[in-house]
Design a protein around this ligand. Structure first.
Ligand SMILES: Cc1cc2nc3c(=O)[nH]c(=O)nc-3n(C[C@H](O)[C@H](O)[C@H](O)COP(=O)(O)OP(=O)(O)OC[C@H]3O[C@@H](n4cnc5c(N)ncnc54)[C@H](O)[C@@H]3O)c2cc1C
Length: 376
């Protein structure tokens, strides 16, 4: 019998398994994929997320893959482009955008190195229960059902369409329909100054450097435009870039797209209660929001720490087993709900508050007077 079974081995599941294994628990980490495995998701990580990689001793592994640190982020909210150093978090003042095929493999390897048992190509098909409490999982390998596996706790880190969340009928505490659709791909020969972000009334453009000297460029549009967008992706994408970020558009036209288009309109905004008897949720399984703020990976990292702390409190007896997960939900809500609102506002293309625009204008004036002084 395992202490925990973690279903899903990417940004949420692999760190959760790693941290639990490092704390001395017997962990089974399952994924229907085999790693290294890519994912139809972009991968821009804020300093809070980079700081977690550093804390876990994994940052140097990610940097060693040739993924460049991003020291400058230029944002244009429809007013003017403003270049800034990312706000430091936990002592980290740069961003990073490792390809998922690279990042997820590093996270899985770290979980295994910590002592978690990994089974790849393992699809969980149902949960074992005693009627009131989850006791384990049933699954298939290569299409054949295997013996059920039992654990004290089953953690659903199985993404937006989480089987664990559906099986336990995890209560939904907030739900808002998809507001945007997203398309992205990778280019050679598109020089970037760092990350470049442009917000327009019906478009968001994000471009950042990643592994193999490639630039990832992504466009988001209102979900109502999905059918028209996908009818001619190439043309829609370039038109969106022309409208929102003409300088970047010119560079992208000269560059060479080296991978297929990836796109989706399956971007609902959902918050679920993240625990119950014998189960817990982490990552997109518990809390999914529009990717417009590029917050999903950093959130998944943060919540894997909050969840493993709560589990450790409960398993070790420091907190009554029933109270520990409530602390996880409280701390997660404190951190995540403001970000959820922010993502929904950005995805709805809500105009930026005048105070934000005024602060940027003041920042620009300050920057230009500082550079004038330097010139003098
Ligand atoms: C288009 C797009 C762009 C994005 N861009 C960014 C970005 O730039 N920055 C950012 O931070 N976030 C971004 N996100 C969000 C981010 O990718 C997610 O928040 C993050 O991947 C969540 O990680 P996760 O581990 O919870 O889930 P996932 O990455 O979805 O992983 C879930 C895993 O569970 C496995 N699984 C599912 N069901 C089963 C089962 N029954 N049995 C076994 N295994 C199972 C899957 O195979 C998968 O490996 C983007 C998302 C999208 C859709």
């Amino acid at each position: 019998m395992y202490d925990t079974i973690v279903v899903g081995a990417r940004c949420a599941g692999a760190p959760t398994a790693m941290l639990l294994a490092r704390a001395g628990y017997r962990v089974l980490l399952l994924d229907r994929c085999r790693f290294p495995s890519d994912s139809m998701r972009a991968h821009y990580i804020h300093p809070t997320g980079v700081a977690k990689l550093r804390d876990w001793g994994l940052l140097e592994h990610v940097l060693a893959t040739g993924c460049p640190p991003i020291h400058t982020r230029t944002t244009d909210l429809g007013d003017f482009p403003l270049a800034e150093t990312p706000s430091p978090a936990d002592g980290v003042d740069f961003e990073l955008a490792p390809r998922r095929i690279v990042l997820d493999a590093i996270l899985v390897e770290a979980a295994v190195a910590a002592g978690a048992e990994l089974r790849e190509g393992f699809a969980v098909i149902d949960l074992l229960t005693d009627g009131s409490r989850v006791m384990g999982i049933r699954g298939r390998i290569n299409g054949c059902e295997v013996a059920p596996v039992r654990a004290r706790l089953v953690i659903g880190a199985d993404g937006l369409h989480s089987l664990v969340a559906r099986a336990v009928v995890a209560p939904i505490t907030d739900i808002r329909p998809a507001l945007t659709c997203a398309y992205y791909s990778y280019w050679n020969g598109v020089p970037l100054t760092g990350a470049e972000v442009a917000f327009r009334p019906r478009r968001v453009v994000l471009a950042f450097p990643t592994n193999d000297r490639l630039s990832c460029v992504a466009v988001q549009s209102p979900v109502s435009e999905f059918a028209a967008f996908r009818a001619d992706i190439e043309d829609s994408f370039h038109q969106a870039l022309d409208d929102a970020a003409p300088g970047l558009a010119a560079r992208v036209r000269v560059g060479q797209r080296v991978e297929r288009w990836r796109g989706t309109a399956d971007l609902p905004n959902v918050v679920r209660t993240p625990f119950g008897p014998g189960w817990a949720l982490v990552g997109d399984a518990g809390y999914h929001k529009d990717p417009v703020t590029a917050q999903g990976i950093s959130d998944a990292f943060r919540d894997s720490v909050l969840l493993t702390d709560a589990i450790d409190d409960g398993f070790s007896g420091r907190e009554p087993m029933l109270r520990a997960p409530a602390g996880y939900e409280r701390r997660q809500n404190e951190a995540a709900l403001p970000l959820f609102e922010q993502a929904c506002a950005r995805a709805a293309f809500t105009p930026f508050p005048p105070a934000v625009l005024a602060a940027r204008a003041a920042q620009r004036t300050e920057d230009s007077s500082t550079s004038m002084q330097l010139v003098r």
